[in-house]
Design a protein around this ligand. Structure first.
Ligand SMILES: Nc1ncnc2c1ncn2[C@@H]1O[C@H](COP(=O)(O)OP(=O)(O)O)[C@@H](O)[C@H]1O
Ligand SMILES: [Mg+2]
Length: 412
């Protein structure tokens, strides 16, 4: 009987010893001095409690680390997307959302980037590619896909670093365009100025009447060069920021009322009448106030220049749009000679004019509608030109309503 009791006791003692050793190892405390028999179970319970506490602290630390990682990614100034082992999006940081909004999915679907992601996963090496996104506005994007080799605590396996190179490329393109177009457009008035200077110095040196006349023409040519340069600068400024949607809000009704008032005198000079039809309430829209004023000015200016004497210029605005795509349509229409059908598609090209002579005589630069188009593009809106020769020319600018800088207006 005593022998059996001793055997049970011995076996229990061995198990407790094993438990003690295992807990010591788990707690990282190794060999520990032997305990007297009586507080065994209490000390074991203490150890287990400590172990459990350690476990939950560890889990919290890991969660904090994962959170810190996510926060760093979120706050980095470059657009960054974290992909999981299955290549799904784990995180797109603030810069990526600001730059691409809902287009992030479209960016990742781009065949060039998809192929780079595939290569990065199979070769486990960084891949860099460049590609362009055609919609909603042309954008040049450079991307590096970095495989992390080891999974992050939150499941991230690779990161995609994006750089929007649209601005640099637009600047590049503009430089090339400027040399090609602008120098040509500027050369004409400049050549005429040089010609008159020669005349003033030579044949007209002693002819005050001719001098006065030539100086008048020269002043006109100089003013024309001035206008050209102004419009070119305006256009380039708009183009450079075209990929960044406006972030402020515009009260269209107030803006158009002020614009109409500013044009009234000039219209009256040509015996024209302004037919103003603004809806009582127009939604505030995300927009760049000065650029929208520029759009209105350019369109009204054209109606004034190319409309008919004594005609009617209509300026209308109303809320319209497809379901899920609210917006405002601004319409500028004149009842002048209109625009021949063949010219309509090319009208917004820079320096494109139906009648160069008439445009020049009216002080045009051929850049007005190009500016309108680029402003509308930047606002993710739409420009429609309709005309019936001999009857009317109608320009409709549709601008999306929605959160400023959000891609609401991009939904198709
Ligand atoms: N309301 C209009 N009616 C007839 N033609 C127009 C009208 N608006 C524009 N156009 C044509 O489109 C051309 C381009 O317009 P725009 O870009 O504003 O340049 P600009 O007015 O400086 O010539 C004009 O030269 C003209 O031929
Ligand atoms: Mg014009």
């Amino acid at each position: 009987m005593a022998g059996l009791f001793g055997l049970v006791w011995l076996s229990l003692w061995r198990d407790v010893k094993r438990l003690e050793a295992a807990l010591g190892a788990a707690l990282g405390e190794g060999e520990r001095p032997p305990w007297p028999w009586w507080p065994w179970f209490r000390r074991l319970a203490d150890d287990i409690e400590r172990l459990a506490r350690g476990r939950s602290e560890q889990a919290a630390t890991r969660a904090r680390l994962a959170q810190a990682g996510a926060l760093i990614v979120e706050r980095l100034p470059d657009p960054l997307i974290v992909l999981g082992a299955d290549r799904s999006v784990r995180q797109a940081n603030g810069a990526a959302r600001a730059a691409f909004g809902e287009d992030i999915a479209a960016v990742l679907r781009h065949p060039t980037l998809r192929a780079a992601i595939d290569r990065a996963y199979t070769e486990r090496a960084t891949q860099s590619v460049a590609f362009s996104l055609p919609v909603p506005v042309q954008r040049e994007v450079r991307a590096s896909v970095v495989h992390l080799l080891q999974e992050l605590p939150d499941g991230g396996a690779a990161i995609v670093v994006l750089a929007d190179r649209s601005r640099e490329q637009a600047v590049e393109r503009m430089r090339a365009d400027f040399v090609a177009n602008a120098s040509h457009e500027l050369r004409t008035p400049l050549a005429s100025l040089i010609g008159f200077i020669d005349t003033l110095r030579g044949p007209a040196a002693d002819d005050p009447a001719a001098q006065a006349r030539f100086l008048g023409i020269m002043a006109e040519q100089a003013a024309r060069m001035n206008r050209l340069i102004d419009d070119l600068l305006r256009l380039s400024r708009i183009e450079v920021d075209e990929h960044l949607p406006p972030t402020s809000r515009v009260d269209l009704r107030a803006l158009l009322l002020r614009l109409a008032a500013a044009f009234e005198v000039r219209l009256a000079e040509r015996g024209m009448r302004l037919d103003l039809a603004l809806a009582e309430t127009l939604p505030e829209i995300p927009g760049d106030h000065d650029q929208i004023v520029q759009v209105g000015q350019n369109l009204l200016d054209n109606a004034l220049k190319y409309g008919r004497d004594g005609g009617i210029v209509r300026l209308a605005a109303q809320a319209t749009g497809a379901p899920g795509r609210p917006g405002v349509a601004i319409i500028v229409e004149d009842d002048g000679p209109g625009i021949p059908r063949d010219h309509l598609p090319r009208l917004t090209e820079r320096f494109y004019r139906v009648d160069k002579g008439r445009s020049r005589a009216a002080g045009g630069t051929g850049l007005g509608l190009a500016i309108v188009k680029h402003v509308v593009n930047r606002h993710r809106g739409q420009l429609t030109i309709e005309s019936e020769e001999g009857h009317f020319a109608r320009f409709t600018v549709w601008l999306p309503a929605g959160e400023p800088g959000s891609p609401d207006g991009d939904k198709k």
